[in-house]
Design a binder for this molecule. Structure first.
Ligand code: R5P
Length: 292
């Protein structure tokens, strides 16, 4: 174990300095990866803006049919023009997404619990890498419960996903899970995101928090920010704007899109912030104008 006694140096996130190992590729931390990895990451992160709008609708893997996702076959055609990546289970993808979909796919690969359990942190890696290859996905997503009862299992799942992903050039998206009793502080997110990146994930999904810019600076791979529970649209746009300003390379949003009364317009407004440098105010004006 590292000796933590007598540490005197204050933390310095060098917020004024950009990440220093970009090479000629637009995705943070990916300069030294191979062509296949880069090709898939370029399907996720737009080469012009460097950012992504991911639409998360993988909730069914532990929540069943939540409000807004009852009929994926009806919802998805309205949304796919407005997002860059679909994040879903293989069951939802195979049944409800046409195989001629040409954007990014993030495949939810861990599972093992349901809303009927008190402790959701015990999961397995449920998808064979061969099936991820068959579906030609752009990354595999693994829920990671740092500090929870199931930490060892989820680190095992993440590590196996990284080992298999490295073998076949499929990036891994490590998802920071926040259980009922887990704190949503910058200290926690700095710990969790850095552990997930150091274990080899190529993208980390986490939540926005105070001092988010320090969380993003200390994470050597791109962070995409989760939407979380449904907020009023204007607040969700503010959160998206502050996330991008703080160094996130995208949003991976579910309920704040599909539980909006205007999911496609909401996704479009998020896209304006993520790709077109809109402020939250401009995005809110865009949203308000479109729903008139
Ligand atoms: C994380 O637990 C899963 O990926 C969720 O299904 C997804 O992140 C939830 O998205 P949101 O919090 O934006 O509804």
């Amino acid at each position: 174990m590292a000796d933590l006694e007598g540490l005197k140096v204050e933390k310095n996130y060098y917020l004024d300095k950009p990440f220093g190992v970009e090479g000629n590729f637009h995705v943070k931390g990916a300069a030294n990866l191979d062509w296949g990895m880069k090709k898939r990451l370029a399907n996720i992160f737009n080469p012009k803006s460097g950012n992504t709008v991911m639409f998360a609708f993988d909730h069914g893997y532990f929540m069943g049919s939540v409000s807004g996702l009852e009929r994926l076959d009806i919802l998805l055609p309205k949304l796919i023009d407005h997002v860059d990546v679909l994040m879903a289970t293989r069951g939802a993808l195979r049944t409800c997404v046409k195989p001629d979909f040409r954007k990014g796919i993030a495949l939810r690969a861990s599972s093992g619990s349901s809303m009927l359990n008190d402790d959701l942190s015990h999961e397995i890696l449920a998808v064979d890498i061969e099936d991820a290859i068959r579906m030609d996905v752009d990354c595999i997503a693994v829920q990671t419960f740092i500090g929870a009862d199931g930490q060892l299992e989820s680190i095992d799942n993440l590590s196996k996903a990284v080992n298999l992903g490295s073998r076949y050039s499929i990036p891994v998206l490590g998802v920071v899970a926040v259980g009922k009793n887990m704190e949503r502080t910058d200290q926690y997110f700095k710990l969790a995101t850095r552990i997930i990146a150091e274990l080899g994930a190529n993208i980390v999904k986490t939540y926005y928090c105070d001092k988010f810019e320090e969380v993003a600076a200390a994470c050597p791979v791109p962070i995409v920010v989760a939407g979380g529970k449904k907020l009023p649209e204007r607040e969700a746009l503010e959160m998206a704007y502050h996330s991008i300003q703080g160094g996130a390379r995208g949003l991976d949003m579910g309920r704040n899109i599909f539980q909006s009364y205007h999911p496609a317009v909401m996704a479009g407004a998020i896209g304006k912030i993520v790709h077109k440098k809109f402020t939250d105010k401009e995005a809110w004006e865009y949203y308000s104008d479109k729903i008139k």
